[in-house]
Design a protein around this ligand. Structure first.
Ligand code: BTN
Length: 273
């Protein structure tokens, strides 16, 4: 059999068949090329698309990441998808959906690569390489959640030289670590990801993020690590203790006191375990 890591089209008919009876992905909008699946999903949600509707693209011309960054999205290699959710939860817990999706993405990644994990708040990392990320966006009306778009990007089959030069040092793809030369079948990965998200999301809506916290901590690559925190230019260092009940990162700083971090960029100072 010929082994190649060249671009193959996403098997969308097969993915639709696999998702037919599911709450997430029962309806899939497939776009060969788009600006950002999050933007397309937002527009669909504004026009009344049902919870569980998924937008998936072969490539994005304006893929978006956290903190206003762009998300490199070449065709045929990776997964770019967004899911519309309409949870009946308080506005302030919506950011926790990023952590919920992180649990789903890391558990799925582990089905292919056993030591994949989460770098708080939203990175999927393998052996120090960022292989995926999550961008959660919300719209509210009259103090209530109208909808949430959970966007997930996972580098599956991209080769090192296909990354833009500035990403090469820190970015990776799951297929580098599977131990085979076979590309990861993107429709199978997407199916498992949506099933994991379905399960984690149901737990979150029924019981709150607390019910997923132990799983999240088990998947976290940061616990016990020495880190540098950049909160909008305010720099601090400390050792990660774990995750607080609401999803904040808990640190012990040099003076021994506990600190909560709500939004920041984290750099690991002593390497991943
Ligand atoms: C990050 O790590 O900064 C988050 C990256 C999220 C990228 C995904 S790809 C699918 C969806 N569409 C987007 O424009 N962004 C998300």
């Amino acid at each position: 059999m010929r082994r190649s890591m060249t671009a193959e089209l996403l098997e969308i008919d097969e993915l639709r068949r696999l998702r037919r009876d599911h709450r997430l992905g029962g309806a899939i909008t497939f776009l060969p090329s788009t600006d950002s699946t999050n933007t397309r999903a937002r527009d669909l949600a504004r026009s009344g698309a049902a919870e569980g509707t998924v937008v998936i693209a072969e490539e994005q011309s304006a893929g978006r990441g956290r903190l206003g960054r762009s998300w490199s999205s070449p065709p045929g290699l990776n997964l770019y998808l967004s899911v519309i959710l309409r949870p009946s939860v308080a506005l302030e817990v919506v950011p926790q959906l990023t952590l919920v999706a992180g649990v789903a993405a890391a558990l799925t990644a582990r089905e292919w690569v056993a030591d994949a994990g989460i770098k708080w708040p939203n990175d999927i990392v393998v052996r120090g390489k960022k292989t995926g990320g999550i961008l959660t966006e919300m719209e509210a009306a009259e103090g209530q959640v109208a909808f949430v778009v959970v966007g997930i990007g996972l580098n599956l089959n991209i080769r090192p030289e296909q990354f833009p030069p500035e990403l090469r040092e820190h970015a990776g793809a799951l297929s580098w670590f599977t131990g085979t030369k076979e590309p990861i079948a993107r429709h199978r990965f997407a199916d498992r990801l949506l099933s994991q998200l379905e399960q984690a999301y149901e737990t979150f809506v029924r019981s709150g993020f607390g019910a997923l916290r132990d799983t999240w901590n088990e998947l976290s690559l940061l616990t016990g690590r020495s880190v540098r925190i950049d909160s909008s230019g305010q720099i601090s260092t400390g050792t990660v203790i774990g995750l607080d009940a609401d999803g904040a990162l808990l640190l012990r700083d040099e003076s021994g006191s506990e600190k909560r971090v709500v939004a920041a960029d984290v750099t690991v100072l002593d390497g991943y375990r």
